[in-house]
Design a protein around this ligand. Structure first.
Ligand code: GUN
Length: 291
């Protein structure tokens, strides 16, 4: 069993971006700039956005964080996006999800200029992704692809079982793994809360992507020998022994599943770290659309 180490791969991606950014600036081009919008005080969202901003700084990008109270009017967020859309210095825009219930995520995402949509959530970019055209891939699925690529994991002809059909992870990774490229060319089954025979389907998976948000859902009896297991879960569980007051749990029962796997991602230290690396890749690519 080999660990797919998100720390090592994300560091490699970041080092490469840091070097490219340095060269870009030395050649007189503008510094890549990511603008993040954070609404409210959701603990997990605060942590993710802080980490995105910190990572930008580490590799030499510019970043702007725009914060709103959870009671903010939808129009105020829309005005902020309109401003960022027309600001030539801003290359990438992300709105951290989830948003408070009274704000339409659809309206907000649709307003972002697709050329600055570094989360790859705009319908135009999702359409391009489905057609296999160059675009910004959603960060978590993109991070998974970068990880599979780094470890040269064979995907052609493999049966990939994806558990979860969210717009952010399950659905896009199922599409990406089916594309006629590497990593890809998988036969993909997408499973969800209404799937019958989930265990039998998972047992057919050469690659299993667990992205349903239920701690330790995927157990050893659902996984065949030598499977590649990618754990996208990041649920916070109260844990008084931790300084933060919580522990992070993945969707996979790692202790019992890992001995059966050829490769497996840990939580934390797996896919989560790749998500930010992928976002930085997209932001750099967005800056190249202008440079
Ligand atoms: N919430 C959970 N994952 C993501 C992500 O990749 N991007 C944004 N903007 N919000 C998220």
């Amino acid at each position: 069993m080999q660990i797919l180490d998100g720390k090592i791969v994300s560091q490699a991606v970041k080092e490469s971006l840091k070097q490219k950014t340095k060269e870009l600036i030395q050649s007189g081009k503008k510094t890549p700039h990511l603008a993040a919008i954070l609404v409210g005080n959701n603990g997990a969202s605060e942590t993710y956005v802080a980490s995105k901003v910190k990572n930008c700084e580490e590799i030499g990008f510019k970043s702007t964080l725009i914060r709103f109270e959870s009671t903010v009017d939808e129009q105020m967020i829309m005005d902020a996006i309109r401003k960022l859309n027309t600001d030539d210095d801003v290359d990438g825009i992300l709105v951290q999800l989830p948003l408070p219930k009274h704000i339409s995520e659809e309206k907000i995402i649709n307003l972002i200029n697709p050329d600055k949509d570094v989360d790859g959530f705009h319908p135009v970019n999702i359409g391009k992704m489905i057609q296999g055209l160059p675009t910004f891939l959603p960060a978590t699925p993109y991070g998974i692809l970068l990880m599979l690529e780094h470890y040269k994991i064979e995907t052609k002809g493999k049966h990939a079982v994806v558990i979860g059909r969210s717009n952010i992870v399950g659905r896009p990774i199922s599409i990406l793994l089916s594309r006629n490229t590497y990593p890809g060319n998988c036969t993909v089954t997408i499973c969800h809360s209404h799937t019958h025979n989930l265990k039998e389907i998972c047992l057919q998976g050469d690659i299993i992507v667990a992205a349903l948000g239920k701690p330790e859902f995927l157990t050893a009896d659902m996984v065949k020998e030598n499977a590649v297991v990618v754990d996208v879960g990041i649920t916070r569980i109260p844990d008084a022994s931790k300084k933060s007051g919580f522990a992070i749990k993945g969707d996979v029962d790692f202790a019992n599943v890992s001995p059966k796997c050829s490769y497996i991602t840990p939580v934390p230290g797996g896919v989560g770290m790749m998500t930010i690396a992928a976002l930085l890749m997209n932001t750099f690519a967005a800056s190249q659309l202008k440079n």
